[in-house]
Ligand binder design. Structure first.
Ligand code: AMP
Ligand code: MG
Length: 362
């Protein structure tokens, strides 16, 4: 099966993964969604010079999480100009797809039940890819899960658990197959009571779009990361880019580092946003079959050519778990995965068997 990626983004040439390193180190903490864009003073900018090449790196916050953009060139001021454009693009994508304040998506949600609603071609594109992710994952990825989210409010000061009746009532409005996307006429129809949250795929889309900006501006070696979603272009000087996978039970440590060239790495996990009651963890990825936080994987890393589609797939892996999830990964063209089951065992797709990754996470 070759998944239709809905024409998103530029497909970078796929390079095989090189040898794998494992190390312990610090990883950056994720942040809660901000009310608006952070001011530019919150961005740290650093340089590394090697010969006549200069690498500029910007870090800060966007899309409710941390971002990192790196680009290599000859002139620091010119590289900064280009990185600024890529960051603007991440912010623009956030503005279109956020549900934390008014956006094109919240306006679409408000019109559920009103027939086919005109949307931007970009909205039709991303919803088309989202529906395709739903189809490929047998509904594990479902952007209509949104009515379930307030029942598992990890942001509440004193979170409570929903009743079975509340879950069943919300589940009546969860089914990605009920979204009608017309890409040609740029319309979307949502049944009455339905609503969409693109939190599981919009970061990947932003990463693809921001990388398009770097490419269009003549950058040949660079990296864009938003939260757990990363796209690497070319190399970091003469070496592959190094992408860390966090230890899902000690998220200030990493359990592996993937060396990548011209690839995307998406990591989802149950450790990013959660609350606990009586020692039980209730997190932000919801199983659309049960209406409850997923119990498939602690962490799922998907490696492939495009951040958008693979972001949705990574979220779905957390729902499906290592066995059912890996069966889907093996069907996808040029996609590999590192899935950490709820018992801490690490499951590797066929292309990563010889990569030297640890077999267990503690
Ligand atoms: P990610 O970090 O890419 O795994 O995305 C997690 C986010 O996806 C959550 O915070 C929700 O906004 C959204 N989400 C949760 N469960 C699902 C699901 N089953 N299908 C699609 N999106 C989901
Ligand atoms: Mg995702």
């Amino acid at each position: 099966m070759r998944a239709d990626r809905g024409g998103s983004g530029r497909v970078l040439r796929f390079a095989p993964l090189l040898a794998m390193l494992t190390l312990a180190g610090r990883a950056r903490a994720h942040q809660e969604p901000p009310p608006a864009h952070p001011v530019d003073d919150d961005i740290t900018r650093t340089s590394v010079v090697q010969g006549t090449d200069v690498l500029r790196e910007w870090r800060g916050g966007v899309m409710g999480t941390s971002f990192q953009i790196e680009a290599i060139g000859k002139d620091a001021a010119e590289i900064d100009r280009v990185i600024g454009l890529a960051l603007d693009e991440l912010r623009r994508v956030e503005d279109v797809f956020t549900v934390w304040r008014e956006s094109e998506l919240t306006r679409l949600n408000a019109r559920a039940g009103q027939g086919a609603v005109p949307v931007s071609s970009e909205m039709a594109l991303l919803l088309g890819i989202s529906v395709e992710c739903g189809r490929v994952t047998n509904g594990a990825f479902d952007v209509t899960y949104f009515p379930l989210r307030p029942l598992w409010n990890y942001k509440a000061e004193h979170p409570t658990l929903p009743s079975e009746e509340q879950i069943q009532a919300a589940l009546k409005f969860v089914d990605y197959r009920r979204i009608v996307v017309d890409r040609q006429n740029s319309t979307v129809e949502l049944p009455s009571g339905f609503s969409i949250d693109l939190g599981g795929i919009a970061k990947g889309y932003g990463v693809d779009r921001a990388m398009d900006i770097l490419l269009a501006q003549g950058i040949h070696n660079g990296l864009v990361q938003a939260g757990g979603d990363t796209k690497a272009l070319g190399r970091k000087f003469d070496k592959p880019w190094q992408i860390a996978i966090k230890n899902p039970r000690h998220s200030d440590e990493v359990f592996a580092v993937l060396p990548v060239v011209n690839q995307c790495v998406q990591t989802s996990g149950d450790y990013e946003r959660f609350f606990e009651i009586d020692g039980q963890r209730y997190h932000h990825i919801i199983d659309p079959r049960t209406g409850r936080p997923s119990a498939g994987c602690m962490s799922a890393t998907v490696i492939g050519p495009e951040a958008t589609f693979d972001d949705g797939i990574a979220t779905a892996m957390c729902v499906l778990g290592p066995e059912a999830g890996m069966a889907i990964i093996e069907q996808l063209d040029r996609v590999e995965a590192v899935l950490v089951g709820m018992d801490g065992r690490v499951h590797l797709s066929s292309g990563l068997q010889k990569a030297g990754l640890p077999s267990e996470v503690r």
